[in-house]
Design a protein around this ligand. Structure first.
Ligand code: PEP
Ligand code: MN
Length: 353
């Protein structure tokens, strides 16, 4: 962190800033005395330093942060750890996300019956997806919409997991559901876009050993989103997966706007965490899901989260964006080709200069 003092700052004011920093420390503090002004440098972990208090001191012009506020989630943190690989690999029930293979999580928006989830799991696996999704607890805008089978839904997912052999990703909406999720052996806890700001939920998930898939909220700038990921990681949790699912813009033709820039920026510049793209909620239209999937992979995504339904005409949620079985198969196949192309281009890792 750098503190730029005002040109007219007095030696007493400079001393007061240093004293305050020593109190807040332990920090190494040094200053550069220029011809016009003094700049104070602070070395050490400043993530918890109350910057606003420093800004309030007399003689201070500007407080400039050098490292990211999302320290543990940042790409530079991973580089400093010297972990061997630049990017984190996250294990989900034996499937590696962020490794050498594109990972596809597919399934219905919501678990509707045992038969529905078993049928879907079977064809999802045949189509080449490695993980099964399906909501048991569904956040809905209208209180009259179907909001999931709750515990029964988790039980159906557990049966599908055992019979078909695909690890399960499903959404958790409250910290009170953690015990149920453990009971039904959920492999990955999804935090939906409406819950990224749910501080209590994120705090509680810090101590869960299973990976957390944190979706970006539709109105959250990307660096703020990474701070939500940081919240999960502050006590040492490492298995966190990110997912761009479309943001709100002035566009109304599609359900949301897929922020491909954020995907590329996260991979190349901002974070070591695996990044997924959800082409289903970002477009809201089956017709657009294959192309949006291609674009997501081309932007550097490590995987995709895709909704599919055996018969969307009867889907209880998000039918219009559910891919049909054959479309899912073809989309995954083509995405693997694009993935290979993008990963050998040398443009996914940060530029070396
Ligand atoms: C979902 O993936 O089922 C979902 C509800 O998505 P989002 O939280 O991104 O709206
Ligand atoms: Mn959905």
């Amino acid at each position: 962190m750098i503190i730029k003092m005002k040109r007219q700052a007095t030696p007493e004011q400079i001393e007061e800033v240093k004293q305050r920093l020593y109190e807040l420390g332990p920090y190494e503090i040094g200053d550069i005395v220029g011809t016009e002004r003094v700049v104070i440098g602070v070395k050490g972990d400043v993530t918890a330093l109350p910057e606003d208090q420093i800004r309030e001191l007399s003689g201070v012009e500007e407080v400039i942060l050098i490292s990211k506020k999302y320290k543990r989630a940042s790409l530079e943190y991973r580089t400093q750890l010297n972990h061997g690989s630049l990017y984190s690999r996250v294990d989900v029930g034996g499937v590696t996300i962020g490794g050498d293979e594109l990972v596809v999580i597919a399934g219905p928006c919501v678990v509707e019956s045992q038969e529905q989830i078993l049928t879907t799991a079977k064809y999802v696996k045949d189509a080449g997806a490695q993980l099964l999704r399906g909501g048991a607890f569904k956040p809905r805008t209208s209180p009259y919409s179907f909001d999931g089978l709750k515990e029964e839904g988790l039980r159906y997912l557990q049966v599908a997991r055992k019979e078909i052999g695909l690890p399960v990703v499903t959404e958790i909406m409250s910290e009170r559901q953690i015990d149920l999720f453990e009971k039904y052996e959920v492999d990955c806890y999804q935090v939906g876009s409406r819950n990224g700001r749910n501080q209590e939920l994120l705090n509680a998930l810090r101590s869960v050993s299973k990976p957390v898939l944190l979706k970006r909220e539709m109105g959250t700038p990307v660096e703020e989103y990474l701070l939500y990921a940081e919240r999960l990681m502050v006590d040492g949790k490492e298995n966190v997966i990110l997912c761009e699912r479309g943001i709100t813009t002035f566009e109304t033709f599609t359900r949301n706007t897929l922020d491909l820039n954020a995907v590329a920026a996260m991979k190349r510049m901002l974070t070591h965490l695996p990044v997924l793209v959800d082409p289903s909620h970002s477009t809201g239209m089956r017709e657009l899901v294959p192309l949006a999937s291609f674009a997501g992979v081309a932007a550097g995504a490590d995987g995709l989260l895709i909704e599919t339904h055996p018969d969307p005409r009867y889907a209880k949620c998000d039918g219009p964006q559910a891919l049909l079985k054959e479309e899912l198969h073809l989309t995954i196949q083509k995405c693997r080709e694009i993935y290979a192309l993008v990963r050998t281009s040398g443009f996914v890792s940060p530029a070396l200069h």
